[in-house]
Design a protein around this ligand. Structure first.
Ligand SMILES: [Fe+2]
Ligand SMILES: [Fe+2]
Length: 169
């Protein structure tokens, strides 16, 4: 039996983390690559709306969010600034890597949900925006970035660490 509240709690925390990540990228972009500011900011807006979506689903179910949930935002922010310091390609690789994990995880959640429920449609809507983010990341990343292996591994590690933390908090 799937624990919907727990899935929602994890998704909410991870979306908060994503808001932090794009906020961190934006902080760096403001100084070093202003032309991409709008693109990064639009992703941040999507993530903020995802946070609100999952938060209201949790409220409707009388369920709680993660303990210490602001931690996810701050962790994401720190990560976003760190990755941004290696440049735009680094942001691109991180974005495509994290967003492909998000899409994969949302697919796993969707498999467990009733496809006639309203929540199923909501998550599918979120997934479409995450797919857009993944494409934006791939475009920003381009090819032949010397740190791509490091950024890829670090982003995967961070994304799964956030998910594991969210499931126990
Ligand atoms: Fe999101
Ligand atoms: Fe996203």
């Amino acid at each position: 039996m799937i624990n919907i509240n727990n899935e929602l709690k994890i998704m909410h925390a991870c979306e908060l983390g994503a808001v932090g990540v794009y906020r961190g990228h934006k902080c760096v972009a403001r100084y070093f690559f202003r032309t991409n500011l709008a693109e990064l900011d639009s992703m941040r807006f999507h993530e903020k709306s995802h946070v609100e979506i999952f938060k209201s689903e949790l409220i409707n179910r009388n369920a709680r969010t993660c303990r210490m949930s602001p931690l996810f935002f701050w962790g994401g922010l720190f990560y976003g600034v760190f990755i941004g310091m290696f440049g735009l390609k680094s942001i691109g690789i991180s974005t495509s890597s994290i967003e492909s994990i998000v899409v994969h995880e949302l697919d796993l959640v969707l498999e467990k949900f009733d496809n006639k429920s309203s929540l199923y449609g909501v998550i599918q809507q979120v997934k479409l925006e995450e797919l857009e983010h993944k494409d934006s990341g791939e475009n920003l990343a381009g090819k032949n970035f010397w740190l791509s292996n490091f950024v890829f591994k670090f982003s995967r590690f961070s994304a799964y660490a956030a998910k594991s933390l969210a499931s126990v908090l």
